[in-house]
Design a protein around this ligand. Sequence first.
Ligand code: SAH
Length: 372
Amino acid sequence: MLQEMSSLPKSKRDPSPASSVPVPTLIRRLADTHHLSKDEYRQLIDGRTPRAAQMLAEEAVRQREAIYGKDVFTRGLIEISNICKNDCLYCGIRRSNSSCERYRLTPERILACAREGRELGFRTFVLQGGEDPWFTDERLCGIIRQIKGLCPDCAVTLSMGERSRESYRVLREAGADRYLLRHETADKIHYGKLHPTEMSYDNRMRCLKDLRDLGYQVGCGFMVGSPYQTVAELAEDLAFIEAFHPEMCGIGPFIPHHDTPFKDEPAGDLDLTLYLLSIIRLIWPPVLLPATTALGTINPRGRELGILAGANVVMPNLSPVDVRKQYELYDNKICTGEESAQCRGCLEQRIASVGYCLVTDRGDVRRKGFVS
Ligand code: SAH
């Protein structure tokens, strides 16, 4: 490590350990250079105070507005299946949850959701689901082509978990523009504590790299307050985001689900999530940063607070109302009872209530002037 450091030009070396650096100095440096060392990220999280949170949020909002103005982008979320071959310890739709009532939307129903979404003004659809083997490349490609046929100016985002490079390649060829695959944690040991042995950190990272190579706009992300997470793991996550520069980054609080091994674990903290949203905005100002449903679940104004901390995306639910309750990743998930139009209207009002404007264009990343 020492050798590695000394081979870097002096200007690229991380400054000496941050223990002596006051938090406001770290925040100013992050805002100016978009870089801190892992140790400094740790210091910044450890030094969290209401004053520091306010300073970070103000700077995050300023930098976001310089790129995106008052616009908040919207993505229509279609939860296409809760059947999953994986057994992630935190997730309510994990394979071993025998109390979960399973469903899968037919291609016709998925298309009907997209059609309704298009009429409501959506120009981005996110197809999300468990790792359901029924969704072969051939079937998914057919669905992507049909959505693109219906709505050529729409972006199609997939969030269907880990697949082979070849699979990602053909899906991209069929028209998929973006892929969301949270890295979940950038610490390999921590990853092992959240997932069964047949899943691996290395494969997750391989997927993210393949997606990037294939020309997708890629989204990574993690849960705040997942079991065994400490400030050290969060600092790893931030360093990873700094190195990867994802087009999107989904973070939200961990929330326990009553039928999982983590049922008695506490939920993630609202203020810490907001603090991290601001930091991520400053690490990579062009990033598309959703104010997630999980954030809205732990606090009734969570998503509005997320926008005020630096987020700029919301993802209203377009899934058919009769299956929404079954896509239960965690307890008390919001937005499971309303029609799509209501969901959209509700979010529009919430965004307006904090002085922002829900816009309907594709909401592509604007990296002008920023080099990754
Ligand atoms: N199968 C897809 C989609 C997973 S669900 C994939 O692997 O990417 C989308 C995200 O929900 C997950 O990446 C995870 O970060 C989040 N999630 C799952 N269980 C959760 C819980 N209990 N609390 C908060 N977020 C959760």
